[in-house]
Design a protein around this ligand. Structure first.
Ligand code: 5CU
Length: 361
């Protein structure tokens, strides 16, 4: 059974040019006072402390397809479904977004064609453009042979994924059976990390800000009735659903006890979180330990989980680590959870993705 990585990013050359031309977040540049540090990628709102403000090193692993293939070979990954890394096109002026989305998506489609059988893509949407242009790009993407859905952040058109203005976009995604790969970027307001946030590097925004952002975004989709209006809309949630599998029961209980929702008649005829988790949500297996993986499986089912690496983020800190720790932790979690059930382990490592993303064997 092939190994398929559904959570793996790139900044295609067209996008790198945009980042290099900027000096406001998001950007790529080197700092004259520290030339040894090389090029740095600064993208996150939380990169505003002394220990984070120079982002992370960025090299060819972020934009050169040869590096992606070398990483795949080193980790025995047969197929990668590449997505543009955050912050996608969220920050582009409205009048530039549609044209840039087409260029980025065509760049990814070209790479996939040149490496037939190894690469597929999740496309990028011009979310700062008018909704009609976003729908046009969804329709175009649905005809590109190597694309299998779109990657999206939690801001939607600027005010979150519970925004009714997204309905034509959800309708188009549902109609064309395109999967949304939902990925965090914005985190939580940095004030929640306290006065000593800089002592802790990127740990709090990445370990907690990212998954909580995702969980809040999905809870808002649920509360606003997105899946009641679009019962066939499918979403692959990054990082095993943030904290959604763990908090689903609490979310449901808070809904059932909410007097405001009851008064508004919002408790009748609604799909609950368990139903949505088992019928509309897929989860990646990027959670780094068996405890989280088991929660994800309990919530959505082992047939809805798909292996991922988050490459090229979380590289080894030292030279000479052949197998990346971040990859090893995720594959070990699958192995240790399904030591006595190799068929299910194989399904999570690739079989589920083959079925869900319509890959031919
Ligand atoms: O290290 C990081 O900031 C990130 C990021 O921005 N995006 C991602 O997918 N993983 C890690």
């Amino acid at each position: 059974m092939p190994v398929v990585d559904v959570h793996t990013h790139m900044y295609p050359p067209v996008y790198m040019d945009l980042l290099r031309a900027r000096d406001k977040v998001p950007y790529v540049k080197s700092f004259p006072d520290d030339p040894a540090a090389g090029d740095r990628l600064v993208i996150l709102p939380a990169e505003d402390t002394a220990s984070t403000s120079r982002g992370r090193p960025i090299g060819a692993e972020y934009y050169d397809v040869k590096e992606k293939l070398a990483f795949m070979d080193r980790h025995h990954i047969d197929v990668s479904v590449i997505s543009l890394a955050n912050p996608w096109l969220d920050w582009l002026p409205s009048n530039e977004a549609a044209d840039t989305a087409r260029k980025v998506n065509d760049d990814v489609e070209r790479m996939c064609t040149e490496h037939e059988g190894r690469l597929l893509g999740f496309g990028t949407l011009p979310l700062s453009a008018p909704a009609s242009q976003v729908v046009e790009e969804i329709e175009r993407l649905s005809k590109l042979p190597h694309h299998r859905g779109v990657v999206m952040g939690t801001s939607g058109l600027g005010s979150g994924l519970d925004d009714p203005a997204l309905d034509p976009i959800y309708a188009a995604m549902e109609k064309h059976e395109q999967l949304i790969f939902l990925h965090p970027h914005y985190g939580l307001p940095t004030s929640v990390y306290g006065d000593r946030a800089s002592d802790y590097g990127h740990v709090l925004p990445l370990a907690l800000g990212f998954p909580l952002e995702t969980t809040i975004a999905v809870a808002r989709m649920l509360l606003s009735g997105v899946w009641d209006r679009f019962p066939k809309l499918n979403v692959l949630i990054a990082h095993s659903g943030g904290t959604l599998p763990f908090l689903a029961g609490r979310i449901e209980s808070c809904i059932a006890h909410d007097a405001h929702l009851k008064k508004e008649g919002k408790l009748e005829k609604r799909r609950d979180v368990w139903d949505v988790l088992k019928n509309n949500i897929y989860l990646d297996a990027v959670i780094y330990a068996d405890v989280g993986l088991k929660a994800a499986i309990d919530a959505s089912g082992a047939d809805r989980l798909m292996f991922g690496t988050d490459h090229p983020f979380f590289p080894p800190l030292e030279e000479g680590e052949d197998e990346w720790l971040s990859v090893k932790l995720n594959s070990q979690a699958v192995r240790s959870t399904f030591g006595d059930d190799p068929k299910t382990a194989e399904a999570i490592m690739g079989g589920n993705a083959m079925r869900i993303l319509r890959l031919s064997s």
